[in-house]
Design a binder for this molecule. Sequence first.
Ligand code: SAH
Length: 396
Amino acid sequence: MAATIVLHPEREKSLKRHHPWVFASAIAEVKGKARPGDTVEVTDSQGAWLARGAWSPESQIRVRAWTFDQNEVVDNGFFMRRLEGALRLRQRVINANTTNAYRLIASESDGLPGVTIDVYNSVVVVQLLSAGADRHRKKLVWALTRLFPDCAILERSDVDVRKKEGLEPVVQVLHGDVPATVKIKENGLSIIVDVMQGHKTGFYLDQRDSRDAAARYAKGACVLNCFSYTGTFSCYALAGGASHVTNVDVSEPALELARQHVDINGFDQRMCDSVNADVFEQLRHYHEQKQQFDMVILDPPKFVDSRASLNRAARGYKDINMYGVQAVKSGGLLLTFSCSGLMPADLFQKIVADAALDAGRKVKIIERLSQAKDHPIASNFPEGYYLKGLVCEVTD
Ligand code: SAH
């Protein structure tokens, strides 16, 4: 018999609105025994059924809801239905003629808390971050092998947040033969994804639409791509007619792939430089040298990992944006991003405004960017909105 989790009367609202998380502080009583990853029933204080979810005794988020339908059982069919629904949406938003890599499952937003699934051409990469997700690995693989019979499946659950769930990092082949790298197509460009060792599941699919924006603005531009990873913003810029691009990143393997991306897309290596350096130092260096660019892209890693670190992160974002603004020629463009979910969009805009002020430049926002459409935001899970971008004109 599944354990039953009874909520405090004043803490039922969120689950009743179908937000999928139950925090430890919302729980009044645990009836029965539950082990990590077990499926539990959640009721209100009066015993009325609210949700069925996965038990995570080591996390502050004690239950992640699988379903708000009492008749729905968490079996193979459940995972198949979730994957089919998610795939239908991707078929609507991804142009299969030009793009064969996309996020299939964006965890809570696709009704599968703790599960991320990215499809890279013929390789499916799975990341399982919660005890519940970890428990149902086999069912997911069952459904995936039926939906994608020709694909290999790799698990890249090598992330620190698993510790919060009492889980060890795991990297393993779940099905078929997984090559070290996979060639994908994104908006017609060729990109090599290091599925075994690359960041996250190998690639930053969420910036697809922002890369496309960079292409639209790049005609004739000399571009500085900061935090370039494998240099795909730069390839888009070259495709859009940029005259020159410079990639800056601390990861040499990422820069090496960036050089390959120039070749495999038929661009001239003389149009591309890579600098293995800390972006903060490199931007200070350009400032001292009075070197400026027509377009500067700033796509830093997540600076905020907890509410407590928001202030410190805000300073980091302001510094990097001040240097970024300084590096733009008058009349040029800054494309600046924050992928921290805990950074509100209005605060990010204010930080960019303060950075412009400190740099003594004028900034006008001409376009807002967000995570690509295969990273949807379920209305019951506003936390699903995390990536914010601004395209800014910078003048003296
Ligand atoms: N724009 C990329 C994704 C960037 S992810 C894309 O579209 O694919 C962030 C990148 O910043 C990572 O490649 C990481 O290696 C790099 N990085 C993190 N801190 C850095 C720093 N201080 N200086 C330079 N690069 C840094």
